[in-house]
Design a protein around this ligand. Structure first.
Ligand SMILES: Cc1ncc(COP(=O)(O)O)c(C=O)c1O
Length: 443
């Protein structure tokens, strides 16, 4: 029954029963973790052949010895692979070492401190002229590590609502127009982290036009981390933003990111930056101060193992066979426990790595605290918002991929008890406070 239909005595009874269950769970001494979206060992094993895939030859398609220095943009076959993966041209791709996040960080360091168009054009210099920090638009809920990069550089983050079709474009256009302090926007356009939606074509078109409204050196950070990570048949298509930019002449304002972190080895994959060649050339000069080139042997074994898009598709189907049942189980357990209570909503994502739960307002941190007491680590409440501040304290990101099924089920049992307990206590508190008020204050 919906919680708000229970009487006070019924709620008290329910609170006693849930507290007892929570106590019993605490005594089990569990140590479970639902925090980070990591592939499980079983998924990593799918790429075991990677270790042998370089096949005895270190020569790349253009005859370069992959063991040596150089090749800042990556080996030709890895650039071609990244281009297909991200829907770009080969000459628009730079292949980096593991971690696309690190490419994002390095691009921001370049743009903020050194300047995309030479000395004096750093975002921080341009913003300092106005006595303010540079700003970034952050669709929320979003990816905590994106926000962490901005915080690290002192870039002010501005929340924008992420709606079912993508970020609220009216709000974005209004903020960007006439405000040169806004230097970028974070986008996870496919199977968004944590809410799972794919941006609609109309949103992609409007985003592609954004550099026309923005001030100088504005960039869209198009983090296509989950480009091929589907959990269902026929996942929604994503409009190719580079093509949309080309139609408007805004390619300079676009940076596309991706990696094989959740395709092969999360800690030992290869990453991609897609950008128009002049953008790539200036970034390459910046990188040259810090490295003489990436790990080309890793690039070589990746392309020899993953081969092409048809092989990649088969490989991703094997990932799906492992993780889709885990997502289904989490959804079943949420549905079974919470169906009638109307105390939370959650996503059923067609891809990506997360399920996003919204509690009643004001309860996410309490649920995370109660779960922690019972030995289940959840992503800290607020992590999906800039500065760790969820204005409504509602959003919790669940990451089902890493734990084995038995542990996932145990963790979810704890999670639903904590969610129910926190909700019942909140409701009781509200009723008790209302009853305690002198009658004249009832209005
Ligand atoms: C949206 C998004 N971007 C980037 C990453 C990290 O990617 P990489 O391992 O290539 O640094 C993650 C990992 O969870 C992610 O969710």
């Amino acid at each position: 029954m919906a919680l708000d239909q229970l009487s006070q005595p019924q709620l008290r009874e329910r609170e006693r029963e849930l507290s007892k269950r929570h106590d019993a769970l605490r005594k089990k001494g569990l140590a479970l973790d639902l925090t980070r979206g990591k592939p499980s060992s079983e998924q990593l094993d799918l790429s075991a052949e990677l270790d042998r895939a370089w096949g005895g030859s270190y020569l790349t398609a253009d005859g370069t010895d992959a063991r040596n220095y150089g090749g800042m943009l990556g080996i030709p076959e890895a650039r071609a692979f990244g281009a297909e993966l991200l829907g770009l041209r080969t000459e628009e791709i730079l292949v980096g070492d593991n971690s696309s996040l690190s490419l994002m960080y390095r691009y921001i360091a370049f743009a903020h401190q050194h300047g995309l168009a030479g000395s004096g054009t750093g975002w921080r210099d341009e913003a300092a002229e106005q006595g303010r920090p540079a700003q970034f638009l952050c669709p929320v809920p979003g990816y905590d590590r994106h926000f962490g990069i901005c915080e690290h550089f002192g870039i002010e983050m501005v929340n924008v609502a992420l709606e079912p079709e993508g970020p609220d474009m009216d709000a974005i256009e209004e903020r960007v127009a006439g405000n040169p302090l806004i230097k970028g926007i974070w986008c996870v356009p496919r199977h968004s982290n944590p809410t799972g939606q794919t941006y609609a074509d109309s949103v992609v078109e409007r985003l592609a036009a954004l550099p026309l409204l923005a001030g100088p050196n504005f960039r869209i950070f198009w983090d296509n981390a989950y480009a091929v990570h589907h959990l269902q048949d026929d996942p929604p298509e994503l409009r190719n933003i580079m093509e949309a930019c080309r139609e408007r002449g805004t390619e300079e304002g676009l940076l596309v990111f991706g990696s094989t972190s959740k395709i092969t080895y999360a800690g030992s994959g290869i990453s991609f930056l897609g950008a128009n060649p002049s953008n790539l050339a200036s970034f390459q000069r910046h990188l040259a101060a810090s490295t003489i080139g990436p790990d080309k042997i890793n690039q070589l074994r990746h392309v020899r193992f993953l081969r092409d898009m048809s092989q990649l598709k088969k490989h991703m189907a094997r990932h799906r066979a492992i993780i889709a049942p885990k997502f289904r189980r989490v959804l079943e357990m949420l549905e079974e426990a919470l169906r009638d209570e109307l105390i939370a909503t959650w996503t059923d994502p067609p891809g990506g790595y997360f399920i996003s739960v919204d509690t009643l307002p004001g309860l996410a941190s309490e649920v995370v605290r109660l779960a922690g007491e019972a030995g289940v680590k959840l992503t800290p409440a607020g992590a999906t918002f800039p500065y760790g501040r969820d204005p409504q304290d509602r959003n919790i990101r669940l990451a089902p991929t890493f734990p084995p099924m038995s542990e996932l089920e145990q963790a979810m049992q704890v999670f639903v008890v904590c969610l129910e307990l926190a909700s019942v206590r909140q409701r009781l508190g509200t009723m008790e406070r209302r009853d305690a008020k002198p009658s004249g204050e009832q209005a």
